[in-house]
Design a protein around this ligand. Structure first.
Ligand SMILES: C[S@@+](CC[C@H](N)C(=O)[O-])C[C@H]1O[C@@H](n2cnc3c(N)ncnc32)[C@H](O)[C@@H]1O
Length: 504
């Protein structure tokens, strides 16, 4: 069978329906195709309904991205419909194309990732910001970074073929909705003069994408060698990972980022965390936990809080709360700058404190003389997934030792679903997920794929892990905490869950 040149449609002997009638297509496959098409059709109708009811404009693929214009796509009903479409469409593609072609297609997708990183590093989205529908010739696009224009054109063409950028005429490109979402809003001159500025004070999603495409992608290319390595394959230490093989270093990724020569990595990672938060509904941390029940002066300790972006949202909406943002010493300067930019009063009044705390050491809060009252909430947002069980247990036990009888632990993580029923989920309030329509996979397949990719990223970089409810419940149990409830955030670009635990 030739894969490179399928016969033109006109020369094919029969349409798929005719083939089905002739018995050459299995009835099951066709029934599945139709069921998937119905899911897509009814989901589009739902999008139309919600769009009309809310007088939304559903932005076209050629429009420029802005967080505000994304509002219709962020509407929960439209997100749900979008997830059904993404899941059904991906499944449908695997049904209609020859298996080798599908596998070839999937196996070459990494080039799209590489091309994306090249486009980000050569600031193409920023260069095209004002290009308009006529676009810019690739000679002009390549000029600021002196990259070879002919080679850049091929990179951009692969992206345009995947709906990122648009080739408006030969070798002339412009931004579309997807590519404009990579635009950091910075001037090209500024970016050339100071590469760090790409990550400072921006939406941050480009920083996350660049981090994944750089450190994540390079590490992932060593996953097979790592898993087959007799020592690393069985190890759970944070410094025996695919990252360590790829970068040929002995320290874990956090220490590596602290090397002076890796300052750009550290800045980018801080911005990337902020970007992930921005990719979720801004108020996600406010939902699913009754912050209002906490009385005046209650203390929230944001453990491994990064620059404190989650706490900032809470501080804005819950004036009765006080905060301690804890992280490694090297992050504190960026965290202080972040609060000075976003909520200077809170720092000045002492309502918010930025504190160095290694979460593998006994917890300052509570033991420290500064804290006469019990901590109300230990917030662990996107921390546990960075670490293998033995590390998580150390963190959880230190928090347990510092907890008072009423202290709660709030974990914000992506909780993974099995591809089948999970009995433990039925016993924990809020933990059970709705069953998607047939024939979609139980875990929503492609629509949920980025969570599973994120799980591998954790394995590759830190030997961390995204965990299922059963896993999390058992681990918390060993760490001295009882999992009492789970809240699934609204479907989103990145969907996190909140797990609430109390001291045993
Ligand atoms: C994935 S980020 C999450 C940041 C933040 N909680 C959020 O939700 O945006 C993990 C954080 O853990 C911090 N971290 C890593 N090792 C640490 C340690 N030993 N002690 C304290 N914080 C640490 C990192 O600096 C980083 O800010």
């Amino acid at each position: 069978m030739s894969l490179s040149a399928p016969p033109p449609l006109s020369s094919q002997s029969a349409t798929p329906i005719a083939q089905y009638a002739a018995g050459t297509v299995s009835q099951d496959a066709l029934a599945e195709l139709k069921a998937l098409a119905n899911i897509i059709q009814s989901s589009i109708e739902q999008i139309e309904e919600v769009t009309t009811a809310n007088s939304f404009t559903f932005p076209s693929p050629d429009s420029t991205f802005s967080p505000e214009s994304e509002a219709p796509r962020m509407h929960p009903a439209i997100q749900s419909a979008g997830s059904l479409i993404a899941s059904a469409a991906a499944q449908l593609i695997t049904l209609v194309r020859p298996a080798p072609l599908t596998l070839l297609d999937i196996s070459t997708q990494f080039h799209v990732s590489t091309a994306m990183r090249t486009a980000i590093s050569t600031h193409v989205a920023e260069i095209l910001r004002d290009a308009g529908p006529k676009g810019k010739q690739v000679l002009e696009i390549a000029q600021p970074t002196k990259v070879h224009p002919g080679k850049l054109a091929r990179v951009l063409r692969l992206l345009a073929t995947n709906h990122i950028f648009k080739e408006v005429s030969p070798d002339v490109f412009t931004n579309n909705r997807l590519s404009s979402a990579l635009d950091t809003g910075k001037s090209v001159e500024g970016l050339l003069a100071n590469p760090e500025s790409k990550h400072i004070g921006t939406f941050g999603i480009t920083s996350w994408i660049e981090y994944v495409l750089d450190v994540g992608f390079k590490s992932s290319s060593y996953l097979t060698e790592t898993l087959l390595d007799p020592e690393f394959g069985r190890a759970y230490e944070a410094n025996k990972t695919a990252f360590n093989k790829a970068y040929n270093v002995k320290e874990d990724v956090w220490s590596w980022m602290e090397r002076p020569e890796n300052r750009l990595h550290l800045v980018r990672f801080g911005a990337a965390m902020n970007g992930l938060k921005n990719a979720s509904p801004a108020n996600a941390i406010l939902e699913g936990y009754d912050w209002d029940r906490l009385p005046e002066g209650s203390l929230v300790v944001d453990v491994g809080g990064g620059v404190g972006s989650q706490s900032l949202m809470l501080a804005k909406h819950h004036p009765q709360l006080r905060f301690v943002i804890q992280d490694r010493e090297s992050v504190l300067g960026d965290a202080t700058d972040y609060w000075k930019r976003n909520m200077p009063d809170a720092l000045e009044s002492g309502r918010v404190k930025i504190q160095g705390q290694n979460f593998f050491d006994p917890q300052h809060a509570r033991h420290d003389d500064n804290y006469s009252e019990d901590v109300s909430v230990f917030l662990l947002s996107k921390v546990l997934h960075d670490w293998a069980d033995q590390y998580c247990l150390t963190i959880l036990k230190h928090l347990r030792a510092a907890a008072g009888p009423k202290t709660q632990l709030l974990i914000v993580e992506q909780v993974m679903s099995f591809a089948c029923d999970e009995p433990a989920a039925k016993k924990i309030p809020g933990a059970e997920l709705p069953v998607p329509p047939q024939p979609l996979l139980r875990n929503m397949g492609r629509a949920a794929s980025s969570a599973y990719a994120g799980d591998l990223l954790m394995m590759e970089i830190t030997n961390g892990q995204e965990r299922t409810i059963t896993y999390l419940r058992n681990m918390l149990d060993q760490g001295g905490w009882k999992l009492t409830a789970v809240h699934y955030d609204e479907p989103s670009v990145r969907r996190y869950q909140k797990a609430i635990a109390v001291p045993i």
